[in-house]
Design a protein around this ligand. Structure first.
Ligand code: PGA
Length: 245
């Protein structure tokens, strides 16, 4: 179901004490918002963040997981492990994981399926590189990524998924896609989902240098349901301005 969602992605930042302070600062500021507020935090912050966010409207997510249930995968974290401490969301297929940690469309699909089967809600990321954009391949790339990421899912699964369109050239660069371009790409992702599942009723976020100054323009576009926010989600006061755009 489409709804307004503002999700923070802390990446490899914030220690547990900083995470708890963040939640204590943010919670009263966002308590009346109609938008869903999510923060995706490093593994070591999850437990502290979840405890501090109890009895608030802040939802908590992880930034990755393995697709296997358990086993000899040194350094990995399973869906059951996340679920056991009440983690609700998990980012899957972020471009930094695709770029630096060999995440592929196939492993993204495996992870999405495992996450759903374990009751976690995946935030599935897609997006084109600068080179692909310059070659005019944006739509081809992102529709292929979303099609593979959601392979073998059902229409029912869509209500437990959030998609994030994040053009790679816009991540952490200060360059934002124009609201029209972002909206158009997201429309194409919706069309692809509609052709596969018969409905495009899925929440799709924009990510890439979202800030308090551009949040409103982006989030009020017809097909954009909110944002996945990196840098500007590290400061509770800044992030609050985005949540309450
Ligand atoms: P950014 O990151 O807001 O710092 O550009 C977004 C993301 O990678 O999710």
């Amino acid at each position: 179901m489409r709804r307004k969602v503002i999700a923070g992605n802390w990446k490899m930042n914030m220690l547990p004490n900083e995470a708890m302070e963040f939640v204590n600062t943010l919670a009263p500021l966002v308590k009346d918002t109609k938008n869903e507020v999510i923060i995706c935090v490093p593994f070591t912050d999850l437990f502290y963040t979840l405890l501090t966010a109890q009895d608030t409207n802040i939802h908590v997510g992880a930034q990755n997981m393995h697709w296997e249930e358990s086993g000899a995968y040194t350094g990995e974290v399973s869906a059951d492990m996340l679920k056991s401490i009440n983690v609700e969301y998990v980012i899957i297929g972020h471009s930094e994981r695709r770029q630096y940690f060999n995440e592929t469309d196939e492993t993204v699909n495996l992870k999405v399926k495992t996450a759903l089967s374990k009751g976690l809600k995946p935030i599935v990321c897609v997006g084109e590189t600068l080179e692909q954009k310059e070659q005019g391949k944006t739509i081809e790339v992102i529709t292929s990524q979303i099609s593979k990421a959601l392979e073998n899912l059902t229409e029912q699964d869509l209500s437990n998924i959030i998609v994030a369109y994040e053009p790679i050239w816009a991540i952490g660069t200060g360059k934002t896609a124009t609201s029209d371009d972002a909206n158009n790409s997201i429309k194409e992702i919706r069309n692809e989902i509609k052709s596969k599942f018969g409905t495009d009723d899925v929440t799709i976020l924009y990510g890439g240098s979202v800030k308090p100054e551009n949040a409103r323009e982006l989030f009020t576009m017809s097909d954009i349901d909110g944002g996945l926010v990196g840098g500007a989600s590290l400061n509770a006061l800044e992030f609050n301005k985005i949540v309450n755009y």
